[in-house]
Write a protein that binds this ligand. Structure first.
Ligand SMILES: [Zn+2]
Ligand SMILES: [Zn+2]
Length: 366
């Protein structure tokens, strides 16, 4: 068994508790993984703020990690893609695993109806703000290739599978197309990366602060529009200027703000496609005239949930491009497990491109 700490969330307004937890030996279809780096994500802030329905019982949190296998059940010899695993293998995983047996799973509909998430804190589980995680057989877990660093894998966190999903929902981007990305947080940057790897002619990123726009540029954005220095009208004018008055073929919303929707639809060219990626919590409405959907032949799609496939594809992207594009440089703030709350606050204030919990710091602080 393994004795370590974990962050426990009870309810909004109550500080996270860092509590000791004893992880037992794995059963045949489980593995115990020592968390090395856990990514801090905007979703955690929404959880703490109460934007997401509160759980019935205290839960473990954190859903992005790379770690090292410390014990492997007798029935497990490979990851979910068939790569061999052994004690000492580095792995990347997503805590929520689709059951594979419900109607949604059978029909390949995103969002398993029996997903075990969030995870009660009093049971061994695959959450990531902890020193030792227990992964059972349904968890999408993939071996990290030896030449790929932990930092490169965690740099985009869940934003990369989210972006892979969003691009798959958007459909093909063709030569000559213009893509607009609203937002330059991790999801916006990951979508920018994929758009830049496509044959798109232009990849226009609308966001802030300058540091993140510079990252977008390094990942392949062709044009940057600072949201701090422009009005919505000026941004639309700029997009029209850059597209000879046509507008964008694909607009990705990765801003997580309702106003982005109102601003984004008029950026579309005729037959344009709008992909909602960042709006998933909170409440509110926006004025919207649906006639434009028909008269301009628009497509508006949502893209919530990423599947094990997207986690796998994201890891392949890191293996192929992580070094060349220096993904690891996105990780610019590190915190100990005891500083989880501060790490989340730092990410919310936009002070980090990617904040991580580094568990080697956690044990040093103890
Ligand atoms: Zn995340
Ligand atoms: Zn299912």
């Amino acid at each position: 068994m393994w004795v370590g700490s974990q962050a426990v969330f009870e309810r909004p307004g109550k500080p996270l508790e860092i509590a000791e937890f004893v992880t037992p030996d794995p059963r045949p279809d489980e593995m115990v993984v020592r968390v090395d780096l856990a990514g801090v994500c905007g979703t955690d802030a929404h959880r703490l703020a109460g934007d997401i329905p509160a759980p019935d019982v205290p839960i473990s949190i954190g859903h992005e990690a790379v770690g090292t296998v410390v014990a492997l059940g007798s029935g497990l010899a490979t990851d979910r893609a068939g790569e061999p695993l052994e004690v000492g293998s580095r792995v990347y995983w997503t805590p929520g695993g689709p059951c594979g047996r419900c109607r949604e799973c059978t029909m390949h509909i995103y969002g398993c109806s029996r997903m075990r998430y969030p995870l009660p804190a009093d049971e061994p589980n695959p959450a990531t703000y902890k020193q030792y995680a227990m992964l059972d057989v349904i968890i999408p877990v993939f071996r990290v290739p030896d030449e790929v660093s932990n930092e490169a894998v965690i740099a985009f966190g869940c934003a990369l599978p989210t972006a892979v999903s969003a691009h798959s929902r958007a459909g093909a981007i063709r030569s000559g197309d213009t893509v607009v990305v609203q937002g330059s947080g991790p999801v916006g940057l990951a979508i920018t990366l994929l758009a830049a790897l496509s044959p798109a002619q232009r990849v226009i990123v609308i966001g802030a602060p300058r540091r993140r726009l510079d990252r977008a540029s390094a990942l392949g954005a062709t044009d940057l529009i600072s949201i701090e220095e422009t009005t919505p009208a000026a941004r639309r004018e700029r997009v029209l200027d850059l597209t000879d008055g046509r507008g964008a073929d694909v607009v990705f919303e990765a801003a997580g703000r309702l106003e982005a929707f109102t601003e984004g639809i008029p950026l579309l060219a005729r037959r344009g496609r709008y992909v909602v990626t960042g709006l998933y919590s909170g409440s509110g409405t926006v004025p919207f005239n649906p006639v434009v959907i028909n008269n301009r032949n628009l497509t508006i799609v949502g893209s919530l949930y990423s599947s094990p496939e997207m986690t796998y594809r994201a890891l392949q992207l890191v293996a192929r491009h992580g070094d060349r594009l220096d993904f690891a440089a996105l990780v610019d703030r590190r915190f100990a497990l005891e500083q989880t709350e501060e790490a989340i606050a730092t990410a919310v204030r936009g002070e980090a491109t990617k904040a991580v919990l580094d568990m080697s710091l956690a044990s040093a602080a103890r």
